[in-house]
Ligand binder design. Structure first.
Ligand code: BGC
Length: 377
């Protein structure tokens, strides 16, 4: 009798702990609304699109949509107490369906250009969609920035959002089914961590990045030419007229590409034809997470530090922005209204055997981490 009583109590304990677990997993988002909320944002491709808002203990907010894995805003307080977003983005899905140039989006399967949209793996030759003159850019006509991802919002110690996408064999010409996960974490110290994981069933090039355009003043009426930038790179990859690397790894010393010490972006931009749109070869020797770039703006007092495990950063000074797109409040987004620091492997690596390889093989795990840390100076 005693034994039966004892096992009954144990069974009760097990049952109640199971209930707790399932309660935790199924916790409706409303219950955790202080740090993460989810709202319906319309539909695309017949799928539901959401906007997630991650709020940290300082009250700063990052908004992310599962449409394109897009960071739509990052609201922080500047030194004068103004709360503004430091990234370009729109308030509604319609803004993104109008195809802006990758504002805040997750880029894949291959960030930046592949020459002539062609590459070989062994003897197999592949042809991609040519969506940038004769080159392939940022994953093709419908890259990861234009698809609806599956989303799980989690509250752990910090609010976090994980997005999943299966890029099918042959999509945009790329070989292999690629299962991709992108996880965004927003810490109380205003650190936005983006972690990318991927696996494939056929060898394929993979180069994932985020295409946020930063303007630390929080107002596109100010250009980014007065922002100061430091990039930990003694070399960069020069490009031809269609922005494909020539294959050379060139020293930055003595040129307008030397950002090894903080420099104003506008100070030497006139010496660079078309403006900065180049891959910087980071000095790192391994793939640990390290501080590789710092952007600062005296007007707002904001400073953004970029940590990454990647070997390169594409510094793009918003050269092609031309006022065609407007912010949700109606301000035109003109040339140099914002800049990108895209952590990545080098453009056109599949055609450049001397660049670090971007080919992911079955059984290997693609893993890449980038952190953007915002503070006031
Ligand atoms: C590229 C630019 C391009 C921009 C928007 C950047 O990553 O380097 O050449 O115009 O993305 O598409």
């Amino acid at each position: 009798m005693k034994k039966i009583k004892y096992s009954f109590i144990i069974a009760l304990i097990i049952l109640s702990s199971c209930n707790n677990n399932s309660e935790k997993k199924q916790m409706p988002l409303e219950k955790i609304k202080d740090s993460i909320t989810k709202s319906d944002w319309g539909t695309a491709d017949g799928k539901q699109v959401y906007l997630f808002t991650l709020t940290n203990k300082q009250g700063d907010q990052v908004k992310i949509s599962n449409y394109g894995g897009t960071i739509t805003s990052w609201i922080s307080t500047d030194k004068k107490g103004n709360r503004t977003s430091i990234v370009l983005g729109f308030d509604s899905l319609a803004g993104y369906l109008a195809k802006p140039p990758y504002f805040g989006a997750t880029i894949g399967r291959y960030g930046n250009r592949i020459a002539n949209g062609k590459f070989k793996i062994g003897s197999a030759e592949y042809t991609l969609a040519q969506n940038n003159g004769k080159n392939a850019l940022h994953g093709g006509l419908k890259g990861f920035d234009k698809v609806v991802w599956d989303a799980d919002a989690i509250i752990d110690s910090v609010p976090s959002l994980t997005l999943h996408y299966l890029s099918k064999d042959g999509e945009e010409g790329y070989p292999g089914n690629l299962q991709v996960t992108v996880k965004f974490n927003f810490s109380d110290e205003n650190k936005l961590t983006i972690e990318y994981n991927a696996e494939t069933d056929k060898p394929t090039p993979v180069n994932l990045t985020n295409h946020s355009y930063f303007n630390l003043t929080g107002d596109v009426s100010n250009t980014i030419l007065d922002h100061e930038l430091m990039i930990n790179a003694d070399h960069y990859t020069p490009v031809d007229t269609s922005l494909i690397p020539t294959g050379e790894i060139k020293a930055v010393a003595g040129s307008a590409f030397d950002f090894t010490r903080p420099e104003k972006i506008g100070a030497r931009i006139d010496q660079v034809k078309g403006g900065y749109d180049h891959n910087f070869v980071l000095n790192r020797k391994d793939s640990t997470l390290q501080l590789e770039a710092t952007l600062s703006d005296a007007l707002s007092g904001r400073k953004l530090e970029v940590y990454t495990t990647e070997p390169g950063i594409q510094f793009y000074s918003g050269n092609f922005l031309n006022g065609n797109f407007k912010t949700s409040s109606g301000k035109p987004i003109n040339q140099h209204a914002a800049l990108c620091l895209e952590t990545q492997h080098f453009p056109d690596s599949p055609n450049e055997p001397l660049f670090p390889s971007t080919i992911l093989k079955p059984g290997q795990k693609y893993h890449s981490v980038t952190e953007y840390k915002l503070s006031l100076e």
